[in-house]
Design a protein around this ligand. Sequence first.
Ligand SMILES: [Zn+2]
Ligand SMILES: [Zn+2]
Length: 387
Amino acid sequence: MASDELCSVCDKPAPRPVLICTQCGEGVDVNGAPTATAYCEVSCRTKDIENHQKACKDANIRKQLYRAGDLLQAIFCKFREASFDQDIKQSTKSDGVLHIEESFPQGDGRLFRFPHLLVEDPEDVAALLTFSACIHSCAYMYELSQMLLQDITTTIEELQISPSTPYLVDRAFNIRLPASFDCSPGDHNVLALEATDGNTYILDLSGAQFGQPRPVIPFNEYKLRYMNQITQIHEHGYYDGVLEAAREGERNPYMCDVSLALIQHKVRKCLLESVEEWQKENVSLKGLIRGDRKTYGTGKTALLGKVFDDMRDCVKEWEDGGRKLNRKERKHLFPNLSQPRCTVEPKGKGSRAYKMWVAGSKSLKGDPYSELVEMMGKAMGSLFGEV
Ligand SMILES: [Zn+2]
Ligand SMILES: [Zn+2]
């Protein structure tokens, strides 16, 4: 390794290869950049042990945090690809925006092959895989986020924000919708993490739809570059609860197609079993993100391959079986849209995200999804008849 680094104790040039603290050789700073601590000789390193302790620990916490984000984002994209829910008929690109035309949701839990032939550019693929999927990224990645983040965070919150950058995907349906209806989703959902290194971060697994591809970003940078304001704040697990309630036929504020939620929930259970199997045969996910760079890289590739194959098999089985819903599931295809059940109070009232939400909440409007839900509910009702 070439080096023009100086000893962090005495400022003499550090030799090559650099003598570093081996405990945090792959540690990173708050922006995710490498922070190996260099020394000129062993005596300086020994002298620094006590002083270096906290920095060493924090650098490793951030290494795990950034790796966790990288892994969660990659797994989520595999989940989306395996259970892709948009029937895209056409796609064109102009001025950096991908215009897609898709058929209207059919209400029978249909999933589609990702249109790799229509959409090839890696940025477009990432944008489409994450488009309109931000609630899913919070809900379906709930268990894996807990598994990877709980010992390196003190607070995990789910934020609904109004993004300050435009969508890179523009959607049109192949049926007539009311002229006033805007097909684009208006809000975005991310996690706010108070990490044990003392900093706050945003975990944004579906930001590629806005041209924001980084899974982990320091809170302040995210606020400056991508966010107008926080419009809602909930404890971790809230959106999972909302989708569960929708599957149970109770409340459906964010989506119209409950049968789709049912099959995606099956795929999510398959994902968790697949991860469980992989962990038994290899290493725990925590062990994976703590490991060295090379082990992490090969492990991640193997894990992604396995979970994708398993999820595709799960979907294929469901399709080959005639996409059957059991009696209970069928009963809940068209739930009552007007009965709220999930009322999770935000915890972590002292968190940075919570304070910002409180400060900004005076200027907020009502739930932007209510119009969408009403329109979708009517359309679904007229297509299939009321249940
Ligand atoms: Zn030195
Ligand atoms: Zn160290």
